[in-house]
Design a protein around this ligand. Structure first.
Ligand SMILES: Nc1ncnc2c1ncn2[C@@H]1O[C@H](COP(=O)(O)OP(=O)(O)OP(=O)(O)O)[C@@H](O)[C@H]1O
Length: 743
């Protein structure tokens, strides 16, 4: 339905009205900030004048004054930052203040109210809301309903009524480029237009076109924990970030970005998503990766393998003699059986006899064997091991202290009497040294009975592994795991698969740092964590609300993954955990989506946005060199066609380096081979396991030959690589094509 000239005129007038208000508020904020700046300079000047002449006589008063100045400066800084953020908001609004409008008649009312929806609220001096933030309760109807009956939830309850108009706008530089009314879902021209663009940079926001099923996840607060399964390109990461923005808006009184943490697969991805929240006017949440958290927490002497190194091993060491042994080790350590073993071990380890003895000092009993036993096995028994040992230590030291002090005094008197020392300080020092020597054995006994050595605890488990296994577990395999793990630990090598078990023990035994300030946890690429890693997430954040988003079909590591969400259902209480499914993909053209889904070798009812492009190309070459030549040519061609991001996806790091060596002097190209690098745009060579979560206009798969993607276990890695493409997908191979591609 076209919009009449009269309505165009009205809309332009309204836009002008809104822009005028936004400009006015921007100018007010600018003035206010200038004032703040001047005040801050004055405060600093005053500070130097007051503090310039510090004198010993009134030192304390001056320190108090100084601290007061610091408080004022901090407050000024906070106001300045807040006002700057508002300025940014108004600047954005002046360019494009809103993107949607709904007219809604509340039941019982006669007239429809107009609601313009944009990136943020715009409220004038008379408290009229000119633009509603996309996260406001009323705005949810824009995403959830078409014309007709509608409702939204707000603090007062559910408001019901009727949507009589739904309009979408494209406003650029303060001008309406186009607008149209829609009876359809937002899955229309605007969505098509957005998706058909070339992507040159980091991830963008999707507020103008959030879909109903996505909106449900973004705003869901019915359940404490959400598990969201969605196919490649269904917007899981976008949803995760918009959900964070929503929570920050809805609970702005109580939470800030420091209360939300996102676990991403790697730093490249962290960098890739880092623009979204600032674009939405929010500060970024805490961002980390499981590896980063684990390595920082475990610390220690052992050489800890990186996730990427493990992936490289899995993919590129198949001809090594110990390969199968390592794979069996990875599989076992990631299995549900081993999680059970760890749980049994945790309850056992707290009962192990610690061989307590009476602790005496110079024939005086400090604490008896019986009392130690009673404290450890009764009074502190409910605490996790680490806490129990800490409490025991504190108790013994507390009891020892008076004896130690008394003894120091005795020795001081003796030294004083000996008249060999004139200086009092020297006597104090010397007597402390003497008593320390006398108490050496007691302290080492205290150390022994309260020792907590995580690696040693893990080693003891492995040494006695068979005791904690079900009798049906293969004896031979258990023997092999034992000897293999012990050998590696002896060589100070901590393989990646041993790290989550160690971290789990650390948590279960009470040695993980507190995380109570975290209120919301987002776990992206949720398919790539094992059930044991989820046990760790739960140990860490059981007080927080956890949103897990993943795609079981993108499990890039065949041996370390969640397997099925059923495997973690016992971890998260069923009554406050909900599994939600997304069913539509947005990223790729229909042709690429169809091609990729064929790789999965199973029926899929998932939908995708109707966007058409070229059919994916599958091309064989006699030699690998010829693939490189073709990629060189392609980069030039596709850049020439205006595509801004080109991903050359290899299977391994070694291949990525080889392709880079070939291309680097011939064309502008970069390589990413480690998971702690930043995101790079343009033409990028990257191994598939690092490309997960990212997307490129053009994806060129380097060598999908049958020697490369050779086995069933790599199907999902190959699928993940192909699903990174938005507009163009070319799969190149040398020799024979991978058997995974049944065309
Ligand atoms: N409602 C939407 N409107 C416009 N674009 C969307 C929408 N939802 C998703 N997209 C786009 O689709 C692409 C894929 O989104 P995203 O990366 O969030 O999906 P994903 O499910 O996390 O993907 P994957 O699991 O394959 O890594 C992005 O370019 C995103 O901007």
């Amino acid at each position: 339905m076209s919009i009449s000239d009269f309505e165009w005129k009205q809309e332009n007038e309204w836009l002008e009205n809104v822009l005028k208000e936004a400009r006015k508020q921007l100018s007010e904020k600018r003035d206010f900030n200038k004032k703040l700046k001047k005040e801050a300079i004055d405060t600093q000047r005053e500070l130097w004048q007051e503090m310039g002449s510090v004198s010993i006589a009134n030192e304390l008063d001056q320190i108090v004054d100084f601290l007061a100045f610091i408080d004022v400066l901090k407050m000024q800084k906070r106001s300045h930052e807040f006002t700057k953020k508002l300025q940014e908001k108004y600047k954005k609004m002046i360019l494009s203040p809103y993107f949607g409008r709904i007219d809604f008649i509340e039941n019982g009312d006669e007239n429809a109210e107009k609601y313009y929806i944009g990136i943020a609220n715009l409220i004038n001096d008379r408290y009229d809301i000119l633009v509603y933030d996309w996260r406001a309760p009323v705005s949810s109807m824009f995403y959830d309903y078409e014309i007709g009956e509608a409702s939204y939830k707000c603090p007062e309850g559910i408001i019901r009524g009727k949507v009589t108009l739904k309009r979408q706008y494209k406003i650029n530089n303060g001008k309406i480029e186009y607008m149209f009314d829609s009876n359809l879902k937002i899955d229309d021209e605007i969505l098509q237009e957005i998706l058909s663009k070339s992507v040159d940079n980091k991830m963008k926001t999707i507020i103008t076109t959030i879909q109903r099923e996505q909106n449900k996840v973004i705003r869901n607060e019915e359940y404490k924990n959400l598990i969201v399964q969605g196919p490649a390109g269904s917007g899981k990461t976008s949803i995760a970030l918009h959900r964070i923005a929503y929570l920050l808006y809805k609970h702005r009184e109580n939470i800030g970005p420091q209360n939300i943490i996102i676990f991403s697969p790697n730093q490249i991805f962290n960098d890739y998503i880092s623009d979204v929240l600032p674009l939405l006017g929010e500060d970024n949440m805490l961002q980390t990766t499981f590896k980063e958290y684990m390595h920082n927490t475990l610390g220690g002497e052992l050489k800890k393998e990186d996730y990427c190194d493990m992936m490289e091993y899995i993919l590129a060491s198949k001809d090594k003699p110990a390969y199968q042994k390592r794979i069996r080790n990875i599989k076992y350590k990631s299995s549900m059986e081993f999680t059970d073993v760890l749980k049994k071990y945790v309850s056992y380890v707290g009962k192990v006899d610690r061989n307590f003895n009476d602790i005496t000092f110079r024939d005086k009993l400090i604490i008896s064997y019986m009392d130690l036993h009673e404290l450890y096995y009764k009074d502190y028994f409910q605490l996790p091991l680490k806490r129990r040992l800490q409490k025991l230590r504190e108790r013994v030291l507390f009891l020892l202290e008076p004896y130690e002090k008394e003894r120091i005094k005795e020795v001081m008197d003796e030294l004083d009497d000996s008249e060999s020392y004139i200086n009092k300080a020297e006597i104090v020092k010397k007597s402390r040294v003497i008593v320390k020597g006398e108490m050496k054995d007691i302290y080492s006994e205290i150390d022994r009975i309260t020792k907590f050595d995580l690696v040693d605890i893990y080693k003891k488990l492995i040494e006695n592994l068979e005791l904690f296994c079900e009798s049906s577990d293969a004896e031979k395999e258990i023997d092999e795991i034992k000897s293999y793990t012990l050998e590696n630990l002896k060589a100070q090598q901590l393989y990646y698969e041993d790290q989550p078990p160690l971290l789990y023990l650390m948590g279960a035994l009470g040695d993980l740092p507190k995380t109570s300030e975290i209120k919301y946890v987002i776990i992206d690429e949720a398919q790539d964590y094992t059930p044991l890693q989820y046990e760790i997430f739960y140990q860490l954040f059981n007080h927080a609300s956890i949103t897990m988003l993943g795609d079981l079909n993108q499990s890039i590591n065949p041996f370390m993954n969640v397997g099925d969400y059923q495997n973690i259902s016992h971890i998260f209480p069923q009554d406050n955990t909900c599994l939600m499914n997304l069913t539509k993909s947005y990223r790729s053209t229909m042709e690429i989506t169809k091609f990729s889904r064929m790789l999965l070798n199973k029926e899929s009812t998932d939908e995708s946005v109707e966007r058409y492009g070229d059919k994916p190309i599958v091309l064989g070459f006699p030699r690998e060199e010829a693939i490189k030549e073709k990629i060189l040519e392609d980069i030039k061609i596709y850049k020439g066609k205006g595509y801004k991001s080109i991903g050359i996806i290899t299977r391994t790091k070694k291949e990525a380096n080889e392709v880079y060596r070939f291309l680097k002097d011939k064309v502008q190209v970069k390589v990413i081979i480690s998971d702690d690098e930043g995101y790079l745009n343009g033409a990028v060579i990257i191994p598939a396991y690092l490309a997960k979560g990212l997307e490129f206009d053009v994806v060129l798969i380097y060598n999908a030959g049958n020697e490369n993607y050779c086995c069933e276990e790599e199907r999902l890695l190959f699928y993940t690589a192909c699903t990174r493409a938005l507009h163009v997908l070319c799969v190149y191979y040398s020799g024979k094509r991978t058997p995974l591609l049944q065309l």
